[in-house]
Design a protein around this ligand. Structure first.
Ligand code: GLN
Length: 231
């Protein structure tokens, strides 16, 4: 056990954008923010002897909030990528994910990412999905990218027929598909990505999170959460 010493009273602020079930979402009954990422960072905090307070905020504001010290930790399904690594430090990866293209379940027109010429997709602002969609547009392979603040709206836009499809993280799209009684379908996986918890550059919180993650993987708590959120 590599528990941190003397950190018992410290409360770290965890920033998250809570429309990203099953990773982070508001509990329908209590209104409290929960989800895989939230329970995982709480388990890590408990293992390492610190406390966390969860704060909802816009996804595109998270990196800056770390840099200015408004929040201490990002737990928001955030993909570890080169651009972000220049601005923050990431924990060791805690789960694999990746982007997928989804459309309305009865869409016969679009069968793969090669059929998006002149089409419109919805994405979340500041996300890797937004970046991917912009790349496709720049290559002339996609008509228009519509950007929204939260993922619930990103998905609803497809459901409403306001856009042709979405590029979003596969586990989140899959959870939406289950919740919406299969109103959408996934056509294609586009990337493989890994999520990490982000902290300020050089902050020793990274070492604590990494040590805690290792411990909760070893003691079965991680498997328990995986079972709860991804069975
Ligand atoms: N994993 C994606 C990213 O890091 C999307 C995360 C999110 O929308 N919460 O950009």
């Amino acid at each position: 056990e590599e528990n941190a010493q003397g950190d018992e009273d410290k409360v770290y602020i965890v920033g998250t954008e809570p429309t990203f079930a099953p990773f982070e979402m508001k509990d329908e009954k209590t209104g409290e923010i929960t989800g895989f990422d939230i329970e995982l960072i709480k388990a890590i905090a408990e293992d390492q002897g610190f406390k966390v307070e969860v704060q909802a905020m816009g996804f595109d504001g998270l990196i800056n909030a770390i840099k200015t010290g408004t929040i201490d930790i990002v737990a928001s399904g955030m993909t570890i990528d080169e651009a972000r690594q220049k601005e923050v430090d990431f924990s060791t990866p805690y789960i694999n994910s990746g982007l997928a293209l989804a459309v309305q379940a009865d869409n016969e027109d679009i069968k793969s990412v090669n059929d998006l010429k002149g089409k419109v997709v919805s994405v979340q602002i500041g996300s890797t999905g937004a970046k991917k969609a912009q790349e496709l547009k720049d290559q002339g392979l996609l008509g228009e990218v519509k950007t929204f603040d939260t993922v619930d709206i990103v998905m609803r836009e497809v459901d409403n027929g306001n856009v042709d499809g979405t590029i979003n993280d596969l586990p989140v799209t899959n959870a939406y598909i289950v919740k919406s009684a299969n109103s959408l379908k996934v056509l294609e996986n586009l990337t493989s990505e890994e999520y990490g918890f982000a902290v300020q550059k050089g902050n020793d919180l990274k070492a604590k999170i990494d040590a805690g993650l290792k411990n909760v993987k070893e003691n079965g708590k991680y498997a328990e959460l995986e079972q709860k959120y991804f069975q």
